[in-house]
Design a protein. Structure first.
Length: 154
C-alpha cells in the first residue's frame, strides 16, 4: 500500500477492526518513510451478477426487486419481516454460492418458490401465479392441487 503523503510503499498496519456494519475492515496504517498515519478500508470483491430475463436481455442483480416480489407475495400473511429477510438472504446465498456471473430469472424464481413453499402456502401460490404467468383458473387450480399433494406427502 502506497503512502498518500510521500508515495512510498513502505507502510505497515498498526490497527485493524471491522467497520460498524461488519462489511469492511478498517485498517490504520503508518508509513515507515515519513511516519504519517492514514486509514484504508478493505472490502470483499463481490462477483458481479447479471440476470438473464425472459426476453434474453441482461440486467444487474438487484436485491430490492427480489425483496419486492417476496414482500408482495407475503402481504397480509402471518409472515414476519424477519422471516422475509431471512428468506431473501437464503435466496441470495443460494444464488451467490453457485459462483456464476449470469443466472436466468427463471432459476431465481424456482429458488424463491422452493423456499416460499416451506414458509407459507398462500405466499407460495401468489408468487407462483405471477412468476408462472397463469393464463386461466385451471392453471391456477392445478398449481394449488400440486402444492396440496406435496404438502400431504411431507
Amino acid at each position: 500500500m502506497k503512502c498518500p503523503f510521500c508515495n512510498k510503499d513502505a507502510t505497515r498496519v498498526i490497527d485493524s477492526r471491522p467497520s460498524d456494519d461488519d462489511s469492511t475492515i478498517r485498517r490504520r496504517r503508518k508509513c515507515d518513510n515519513c511516519g504519517k498515519r492514514f486509514t484504508t478500508y478493505e472490502k470483499v470483491e463481490a462477483i458481479p451478477l447479471m440476470i438473464i430475463k425472459k426476453d434474453h436481455t441482461r440486467q444487474p442483480y438487484d436485491r430490492s426487486k427480489l425483496e419486492k416480489g417476496i414482500y408482495s407475495s407475503c402481504h397480509k400473511r402471518p409472515v414476519s419481516v424477519a422471516q422475509i429477510n431471512t428468506l431473501v438472504d437464503d435466496v441470495e446465498n443460494t444464488i451467490f454460492n453457485m459462483e456464476v456471473h449470469e443466472i436466468p430469472s427463471s432459476k431465481i424464481g424456482e429458488i424463491v418458490m422452493d423456499k416460499l413453499r416451506n414458509l407459507d402456502g398462500v405466499a407460495y401460490v401468489r408468487f407462483a401465479s405471477v412468476y408462472r404467468e397463469f393464463k386461466d383458473v385451471n392453471t391456477f387450480m392445478n398449481e394449488i392441487q400440486k402444492f396440496m399433494k406435496e404438502s400431504a406427502n411431507k
